[in-house]
Design a binder for this molecule. Structure first.
Ligand code: AHR
Length: 614
């Protein structure tokens, strides 16, 4: 394998090449990255109808002691359902009666940490209501605060901190009383007080994202953006403003309710916290099973222009001032939008017409915004203007490996490519992320690096899975209420975190290996050194001995900082698990024999990165 490092032959890789795609799928946000512990905060999960769906809230006490129902009596007009709790017992059971919320498959409460509780209550009599965090089905109390109030005849906001005196991974929040009477309860929130920068993100999960150094964040879907029906699609306007006034919505593709605490504003904030370019995927008036025709698209276009004003407008603008009121007077640097998700196919005949309406309106109002079309321009030119086109691919490992050359063959004119969803995935396969999958994906990404004159962005999908709601597998990061680990596909991406903005060099590889090896060579720098990085995937089951040579180096190789990193395992189908989260992870070692020409042995089924310090 020979690399030509002369600057004449080099090319800069786009700054944006590798990023992240966040979708609300598999409880990635609600019950995941978004640290809110209460599920169905406003008893609204059935929509604004009564009786509403109060799941997963449950009742503590029997029919003779408590009667619970929902009513349209909330103080929040966009969120009109509240819970009415009638305590019937004169002498209530020990501990009282009431309701509890188990969060998302149990709340992770940790000793010594504090939790911010907010809720709204009303009663015609004085109240004595205990808010407790309990473990083991209510048997062990790990935090309690009692609300005693003599005048709550109007809705009253209660705010308090609960300090945990024990650790329990499957806790629940109980609201109980032994006092006869009626209490109305609404909008109950419990958030750990140590979220990332106080922005509401679960720290360990956001740190895993940061470790990938993503250059962009595409959000919030995926099919989550589309909905099965338009009425269930993501509507940015309903996800901003005070959390108590967000109606929430039922995501009918992934079949769960979200209170939308993680809304449009928070996702822009997430991109900022990750130092990533936000990419807003908006609904294009099309869902998976219904769509508006072109005569009805104008309000959708206006809605998107408003969303852009929310992100980028001045403090004096209508929507910019709403953003500022939420705590972000600075504009969010939103420079990319995607018109819909997977909407360009012959079951959706209105896409092209809608697209042009969005395109023209956005181009006129925000000429610097890059507009992404859903139509695949890799096999034939697009028949409409676009800055990038979206490309999704899910295939088995062999086919993803073979796709490493896909973009060598595509046209160099026209829009750039955004591979916004790629992964080894086969419908019905229950694999949770193998070494084999990560090797195939690594080869595919090497192909994207090599073709990064035309491919400008790429992101793996899906990013997260809560192990309790595994709707799509594999995923990059697996978590439950308190643990998390990266699959081999997550670790594979760490080999590419220095690629965006680096320099790629031409390389020749003995052609007899093209069926089993994939390789690229880049130079990148940290604060001290420049490195030549040669990455090689050995997809085959035989070890390969290679001579690596770098021609055109201006100085020699500094062996003291050179290193080799390998991702491999005993079995190609090996996975990581909660019990063994580091079963398949990269191993780094020094490279004392680093030189302009050196012998290297690639073990079977491996991904190796040679970093030669220059
Ligand atoms: O990543 C999972 C799903 O795959 C996305 O929601 C959709 O865009 C694609 O079909």
């Amino acid at each position: 394998l020979q690399v030509d490092t002369s600057w004449k032959a080099a090319r800069k890789i786009p700054q944006t090449l590798f990023g992240l795609f966040f979708e609300e799928i598999n409880h990635a946000g609600a019950g995941g990255l978004w640290a809110e512990l209460v599920s169905n905060k406003g008893f609204e999960a059935g929509g604004p109808h009564t009786p509403s769906n109060i799941d997963p809230w449950s009742i503590i006490g029997d029919e003779s002691s408590i009667y619970v129902k929902t009513e349209r009596t909330s103080c929040f007009s966009r969120n009109i359902v509240a819970l009415r709790m009638e305590i019937l017992c004169a002498k209530c059971p020990a501990g009282g009666v009431g309701i509890y919320n188990p969060g998302f498959w149990g709340m992770n409460i940790e000793e010594g940490k504090s939790y911010n509780l907010v809720m709204y209550i009303r009663s015609l009599e004085s109240v004595e209501l205990a808010a407790s965090l309990t473990c083991s089905d209510g048997l062990q109390n790990i935090a309690t605060a009692v609300i005693v109030d003599t005048d709550v005849s109007d809705w009253r906001k209660i705010e308090m901190q609960l300090l945990a005196k024990g650790t329990c991974r499957t806790s629940r929040l109980e609201l109980t009383t032994s006092k006869r009477g009626v209490i109305w309860i609404d909008q109950v929130s419990l958030i750990p007080s140590d979220t990332y920068k106080g922005h509401g993100f679960r720290k360990e999960l956001i740190h895993m994202l940061m470790d990938l150094r993503p250059r962009f964040l595409r959000f919030p879907g995926g099919t989550f953006v589309e909905g099965n029906l338009l009425r269930n699609a993501f509507r940015w306007r309903e996800t901003i403003g005070p959390w108590e006034e967000r109606p929430g919505h039922y995501g009918d593709v992934w079949n769960y309710w979200t209170d939308d605490g993680l809304g449009y504003y928070e996702l822009l904030q997430l991109a900022e916290d990750l130092a990533a370019e936000p990419i807003w995927v908006f609904n294009a008036g099309i869902s998976r099973h219904d769509q508006v025709d072109i005569t009805a698209i104008a309000p959708f276009v206006k809605d998107v222009l408003d969303s852009l004003e929310f992100a980028r407008g001045s403090l004096k603008s209508t929507w910019g001032s709403v953003r500022a009121a939420m705590g972000h007077p600075e504009r969010f640097p939103l420079k990319y939008v995607a018109v819909g998700n997977e909407d360009c196919d012959n079951t959706k005949p209105f896409y092209q017409g809608h697209y042009l309406k969005f395109y023209n309106a956005i181009r006129e109002a925000y000429p610097d915004i890059q507009i992404i079309s859903n139509c695949d321009g890799s096999s034939k030119p697009l028949d409409h203007p676009a800055d990038l086109y979206d490309f999704h691919t899910y295939k088995d490992a062999n086919n993803i490996f073979l796709m490493k050359d896909t973009f060598s063959r595509t046209s160099r004119t026209g829009p750039k490519v955004f591979v916004s969803e790629y992964a080894v995935h086969v419908d019905g396969d229950t694999s949770k992320g193998t070494l084999l999958a990560s090797l195939a994906e690594a080869a595919f990404l090497i192909g994207l690096e090599v073709n990064s004159d035309i491919v400008h962005m790429a992101s793996y999908a899906p990013l997260f899975v809560n192990e309790n709601d595994r709707q799509w597998t594999p995923d990059a990061i697996v978590f439950n209420s308190w643990q998390q680990y990266g699959t081999p596909s997550y670790w594979m991406q760490t080999f590419f975190r220095e690629s965006s903005g680096a320099v790629i060099h031409p390389m020749r590889l003995n052609s007899s290996y093209s069926g089993s090896l994939a390789a690229s060579a880049i130079t990148w720098g940290d604060n001290e050194d420049i490195f030549l990085r040669i990455k090689i995937v050995n997809f085959g089951s035989n070890a390969v001995n290679l001579t690596l040579s770098a021609i055109g180096l201006q100085a020699g190789v500094n062996t003291s900082r050179s290193a080799v990193t390998v991702l491999t395992s005993d079995n190609v189908l090996d996975e990581n698990t909660f019990d063994d989260p580091r079963n398949v992870v990269p191993e780094r070692s020094d490279l004392p024999n680093a030189a302009e020409e050196m012998q290297a042995m690639l073990v079977p089924h491996s991904f190796t990165s040679f970093d030669l310090a220059l």
